[in-house]
Unconditional design. Structure first.
Length: 221
C-alpha cells in the first residue's frame, strides 16, 4: 500500500499553529525554550512537554482560537479526497498536539483522516503533554520517525511530506520525500532526493506520479 505521512504545522497549515498558540496566550520564556530545541539540547517532544506545561488555558479557549485563526494550505481537502478515491492511505502525524490538529481538520468537515499527535491533558497548572509510539509505549523522541518505521514495517511504500527541523529524521526513513522550506533546504544540502511543494496541488501531482510508477512496476512483474 502507498502511505502518505504528512506533518501538520507549516505543512497542512500556512503558518505554525503551535507557535501561534504560544504567542496568543503569552506563554513566558517559550522563545528561549524553543531555542534550546533548535540548538539540539532538547528533542521536539521534550521541548513541547516543557513549553506547554506553562500554559494555563482551557481546551475550549485554544479550540476557539484555532477555529478562528488557522489557515489550511491550498487544496489539502482536494488532496485528502484524492487519497480516499485512489486507495492512498493518508496519515497526519504531528509532534504538536492532537486536539488542535483534530480541531483544524474537523473544522474542514474531514473526519476520516488518520491523525497521530501528542496527547494533551488540561490541568489547572498547565497542559500535560505526552507521546506514544505506534505500539503504545511512552516516548520523548522520534515520534514522527516511529510512525514512518511502523508503516514501513507493514510493507508499505511511505511518502513523507514535511517542512521543518523535526522532519529530517522521518524523511530519511521514508521512500519518497515531498518538502518545502527548511526540510527542502536540508535535503538539498545533504544531496538527498526530494520533490518540492508549496500547495497540496503540488503534493497531489508528486504522489500521483509515485502511485502510477508503483502500479506500472506491479503490472510488469
Ligand atoms: Mg512542520
Amino acid at each position: 500500500m502507498l502511505v502518505v505521512q504528512c506533518d501538520f504545522d507549516d505543512t497542512v497549515t500556512v503558518g505554525n499553529v503551535s507557535v501561534a498558540i504560544r504567542e496568543a496566550f503569552d506563554l513566558e520564556n517559550w522563545k528561549e525554550m524553543e531555542e534550546e530545541f533548535v540548538s539540539g539540547k532538547y528533542t521536539v517532544e521534550e521541548s513541547n512537554i516543557r513549553q506547554y506545561a506553562g500554559l494555563t488555558v482551557s481546551r475550549q479557549e485554544i479550540e476557539e482560537f484555532v477555529k478562528g485563526d488557522v489557515v489550511v494550505r491550498y487544496a489539502f481537502d482536494e488532496f485528502a479526497a484524492y487519497c480516499a478515491g485512489t486507495g492512498v492511505h493518508l496519515a497526519v502525524v504531528s509532534s504538536g498536539l492532537e486536539f488542535y490538529v483534530s480541531a483544524t481538520i474537523g473544522a474542514m468537515g474531514m473526519d476520516g483522516v488518520e491523525i497521530h499527535a501528542g496527547h494533551a491533558e488540561f490541568t489547572p497548572n498547565g497542559i500535560r503533554v505526552s507521546y506514544e509510539n505506534p505500539a503504545g509505549a511512552p516516548i520523548t523522541n522520534a515520534f514522527k520517525d516511529s510512525y514512518v518505521a511502523h508503516f514501513k514495517s507493514q510493507g508499505n511504500t511511505v511518502v513523507f511530506v514535511g517542512d521543518g527541523l523535526s522532519d529530517l529524521g522521518p524523511a530519511r526513513l521514508a521512500d519518497h520525500v515531498i518538502a518545502r522550506d527548511g526540510l527542502a533546504d536540508d535535503m538539498e544540502r545533504l544531496g538527498l532526493p526530494y520533490s518540492r511543494f508549496e500547495t497540496f496541488r503540488d503534493v497531489g501531482e508528486h504522489v500521483e506520479r509515485i502511485r502510477k510508477n508503483l502500479e506500472d512496476n506491479d503490472s510488469n512483474r
